[in-house]
Structure formats: C-alpha cells, structure tokens
Design a protein around this ligand. Sequence first.
Ligand code: GLY
Length: 338
Amino acid sequence: MDTKTQYIWQGAFAQLEKWANPADSFLVTDENVFAAHKSKFKGWNTIVLKAGEAYKVQQTVDVVIDRLLAMGAHRQSTLVGVGGGVITDLTGYVAGIYQRGIRFGFVPTTLLSMVDAAIGGKNGVDVGEYKNMVGLIRQPHFLLYDFNLLKTLPLAEWRNGFAEIIKHAAIKDAKMFRDLQTHTLNHYRKNPIDLASLVKRNAQIKIKVITQDPLEQGERKLLNFGHTLGHAIENKYALSHGEAISIGMSFAAWVSAYIKGYKDLTALMGLLQRYGLPTLSDFDARQAFKVLVKDKKSNGVDIHFVLLAKTGQGVVQPLLLVQVEQLLKDFQKLVHHG
Ligand code: GLY
C-alpha cells in the first residue's frame, strides 16, 4: 500500500489539528453535515457541497478543484473529507488527482462510512447509473473516529450502516452474525460502548482484508458481497446504498442456497429485516442485468460473484452472465409469487 493509514479510534473532532494543520488544510463536507456541526468547522478552510449520491459526479470534482485553486491549496496541503461515503469517495479522488496527488484524511460522520466507505482507499465518482465507474485506489493518511458525530444521524442512515455490518458478519464473522441476531438497531443506538466496539470490530474486518489485498486481486473481492446486484439497482431506483445491497445480499444468498447449498438463507433475510432493511424488491431484472454487465467485476462473459458457503464464509465464484440473467429473472418470481 502507498500509505499506512493511521486510525484514531474514539477521537474527537477537536483533535483534528494534530493530523491536519488548519493553515494549509481544506475540509470538504456537505450541507447536512455542515448544518448539523457548524461550530466544529470554525477556523477551518471549508468547502461545502450539496448532499447526496447525485452529486458524486465529475462535475462536483471540477467544482472542488476550482475552489481549491481559488483558496490557494498547494502540493503540501491536506484535504480532509468530513462526511459519509459520498464525501469521502469524492475527497479521496480529488486528493489523488489535484496537483498529481496531495495528502488526505477522513472524518467519517455516518455509521456506513465508519465501518466501510472511509476505509480501503477506493475513491471516485459515479457516471450516470454506473456506480464508482471512475476513480483510483489510494489510501488516506488518517481516519479520525468521533462517535459523537453519530448523535444527529437519521434512522435511515443507521440502517445503511447495518447493511454493511451484516455483510461483514455474513462473509467473515459468524459470531458477530449471532450477536446481531440477539440485539437490535436501537440497542446499539443507545449503548455507546457496544456501538464503538461494533464499529471497531467491523472496521478491523475491512482493514485486515484491504491490508492483505489492497488492489482487490483476491480476498478483497469478498467485500463485494451483495454489491453486484446492489450497485446495478441503487441509482436506477434511487435506493439508499444499504437498501440496494440488502436486496443484493438476499439475491446472492438465494443463489448461494441454490449453488452452494447455503443453509442460512432464512436467517440472513431475517437479520436484514430485523435491522429495517428490505430483502426483495420489484426491480426490472432485464434492466438490472444491463447495468450489471458493465460491472467492473465482469469481463463480458462471466462475473466474479460473491456467494456464501456458510455464514461467516464468503467465497468468490465466477458465474456465466447468461446464468446470472436467468437467476435474476427467477429471483424476481419470488417477489411476484412469494
Ligand atoms: N472507499 C471504500 C473502499 O475502499 O472500499
């Protein structure tokens, strides 16, 4: 990996100065985060963007670059993405290309970005319906975890984060799967100690995987569980990332039951529902397939699909695209016929 990321667990936003000098650092955030935590940005050069996946596009990258130039950002400057996955992906990408690459770090403000989006160095933007089609892999210098930032997080965002947490449990950690089965979203929301330990446990699952395989040549592919179909329907149906990958995980688990004899399909779907996530959805299988063919994991003939051999053990398996097309149609019959 190009950089060893420093993880500051249980930090406070106010400590950010230790990792980024306010004189030549530039914070990138969105309107929602800025409005919720306005006082924290005092004294920092800040670029405030409109919120939402619709703004994770090249046009916003150009806006940020113009602002950085106007504000005097130089090669020794540090960019800090303060926000959820859209902000961290976009900031990491700008930092990777501005003056051919400058130092950057993140302060994740959502559960999803704390356990997933801010970790791993894949940064970039969407192109129309195609998620993350343009970007690069470059590791942040630091990640600062301030759990107090979650206090203003809306329920839908909590659910988003739990979709990735359940993904980690499904592919890597059967014990965590069982723990999640005995708790609820509200339990974690109200118990800061359990929440901090759950976040760290999940972040560490991802850190371990990406440290061993930063360029996604093997093990890292497992993190795409649920994301192949998820990404194909997320933008088209304006689903949240959590909702989209929850449907994607249900599909992948259903395929796993069929191809791998995976036994916990009902338990997995039940766990997703327990955390307020959808498992089936009336998407257009033909349209989803058209987008899925363009997935970065596909070579036009087959696609590396993540399946479950058992709970806690994800496996990567190439599936022929024609087979995936048929499986998608069959999966849709569950929606229509139960
Ligand atoms: N930025 C998310 C990842 O690298 O997986």
